[in-house]
Design a protein around this ligand. Structure first.
Ligand code: ADP
Ligand code: MG
Ligand code: ZN
Length: 194
């Protein structure tokens, strides 16, 4: 893949479903940069730090990496100005407010290599937060998917195991599962949602 550490770059790793390997892929890329002696900083929103109290991100299969937990995109900018990491990675980017869009653009314009991972769709199949803007700004997009837990086909949809009561509901295997479009539609139809 083309990488340009001299002029800034925005990578987006995305999927419709969780358990698709976004966090795993983000950590893999950051580790590669560190092996190549590039400095890196990883961020995630506080609401997504479901698996750990520590300042870490953790993938669904237990891969861990040090990360700053913050909900404020300005903090990412200030951190970059103070520490000058060559690579800035942000997991669960879909949970940030619209100010992240400008921060990411500015950091890339200043020459940082940005890696974003985010869920592109809600469990209703609608665009998730600022993901459409982030995907449009990307220099490169990697689309990943999991395995449908019902039929084994590629899973591209996040299925909510119970009807939703709130807008954003955080959780892992207890609340959502990865499904293919057919099993996602079937499940929603059974509940009268589609
Ligand atoms: P994401 O960040 O996209 O939610 P992660 O990188 O955290 O995904 O986790 C991916 C890992 O989840 C896989 O390597 C696998 O071990 C595990 N996993 C659990 N359920 C599934 C599934 N249905 N499909 C694919 N991977 C799954
Ligand atoms: Mg993840
Ligand atoms: Zn299926």
């Amino acid at each position: 893949m083309h990488r340009n550490l001299n002029y800034g770059w925005i990578d987006v790793i995305t999927s419709g479903a969780m358990y698709a390997g976004k966090t795993t892929e983000l950590i893999r890329r950051v580790r590669n940069f560190i092996l190549a002696k590039r400095t890196a900083a990883v961020f995630q929103p506080k609401m997504a730090s479901r698996f750990t109290e520590d300042e870490m991100i953790v993938s669904h299969d237990g891969v861990r990496f040090e990360a700053v937990h913050t909900d404020n995109p300005m903090e990412i900018l200030w951190h970059a100005e103070m520490h000058h990491p060559a690579v800035i990675a942000i997991d669960e980017a879909q949970f940030y407010d619209a100010s992240l869009v400008d921060v990411v653009q500015e950091l890339a314009n200043r020459g940082h290599y940005i890696i974003l991972a985010g869920l592109s769709q809600t469990s209703e199949g609608k665009p998730f937060g600022i993901m459409p803007q982030l995907l449009c700004m990307a220099d490169n997009i990697t689309s990943v998917y999991g395995v449908c837990v019902l039929c084994g086909e590629p899973a591209t949809k996040p299925f909510a195991l119970r009807a939703k009561t709130e807008d954003v509901s955080i959780g892992a295997g207890d609340k959502y599962e990865a499904r293919c479009r057919k099993c996602w539609v079937d499940g929603r139809r059974e509940r009268g949602e589609a």
